[in-house]
Write a protein that binds this ligand. Sequence first.
Ligand code: HEC
Length: 161
Amino acid sequence: MEDYDGIQERQDTSRRLPAGWLLFFIGVIAWGVYYTFVHVPIGTWSQYQAYDEEAGAAAPAMTASATINIPPAANPFKGQVEEIAEGRKHYSEMCASCHGEDGKGGMGPGIVGPQYVYGGGDGELYTSVMDGRPGGMPPFKDSLGEKKTWETLAYVESLKK
Ligand code: HEC
């Protein structure tokens, strides 16, 4: 005990930092040195390179989903006689059994409007046909594909008049 102005202070040099804390302390210093060399751009690591690697790996998946989710906004074949004639064939082959020859419905709903569950815009109709809809509308992405789907929809459009 030391006495300063009547205040007693314990001078206890025998008690050190507990071994666990000391180990942790040294560990943190070691980790700090490691981290500095590996993740601060004085070493070989570069955040730009790491970003490029990750973005590069993700890029194919991103473009793949983007092409599926963003159809052209408008049917390029609307009013085109030849494509409509093609669409008529696809329609009787692939669609009429469920939606009726005139598109007014059968086992499936009418698809000549004016009301649609999933929307009557070109892009929405395209998505309905290409990706299908949960209530029993099969996807035609593989059997029709992009061009024939637009032809079919151009024909459906012509049924409205
Ligand atoms: C096996 C029967 C079947 C065939 C074949 C079929 N559909 Fe459908 N279709 C349905 C059913 C059932 C629905 C309703 C789906 C729902 O409500 O989720 C539907 C929904 C739709 C819709 C959405 C209607 C709305 O209200 O939004 C469109 C557009 C459509 N079909 C177009 C077509 C076209 C074009 C073809 C031919 C390429 C086709 N369908 C072939 C059964 C069929």
